[in-house]
Design a protein around this ligand. Structure first.
Ligand SMILES: C[S@@+](CC[C@H](N)C(=O)[O-])C[C@H]1O[C@@H](n2cnc3c(N)ncnc32)[C@H](O)[C@@H]1O
Length: 109
């Protein structure tokens, strides 16, 4: 359902704005079905995708294959990231914070 409802032209315009300026190594919290992937600028080298849903991750595979960035599933919970400090250049998250139970933990992780 999220894949259908969040795959609109209007939202893709917003996704393009949010992704503009990303570069280097990025962590994406709540990667979902990969709807942001087409908007990663070529300057994005890698994306550490944090996503608990196996179904969403499977749905994302075609979009992952179409981007030049290396996308790796890097965790299941944005509240507890298993990444070293200062290991990414940017964090991306769209339409996800409302689904995370402890938002303060996610902000600080
Ligand atoms: C409404 S969808 C948005 C997906 C995607 N970010 C987008 O913009 O299309 C919310 C996503 O957050 C994921 N999610 C839920 N709890 C999470 C958590 N604790 N950490 C990371 N992602 C989570 C869900 O599995 C779902 O894929």
């Amino acid at each position: 359902m999220a894949d259908r409802f969040l795959d609109t032209d209007e939202l893709h315009q917003l996704r393009a704005q949010v992704c503009d300026g990303l570069h280097g190594d990025v962590v994406e919290l709540g990667f979902g079905s990969g709807l942001n992937a087409q908007h990663y600028p070529p300057s994005v080298r890698s994306v550490a995708a944090v996503e608990p849903s196996d179904l969403a991750w499977r749905m994302a595979q075609t979009r992952i294959a179409a981007t030049t960035a290396e996308v790796v599933r890097a965790g299941l919970d944005g509240q507890r990231l298993d990444l070293p400090d200062a290991s990414v250049d940017a964090a991306l998250s769209t339409f996800t914070m409302c689904t995370i139970a402890d938002l303060d933990l996610a902000r600080g992780s």
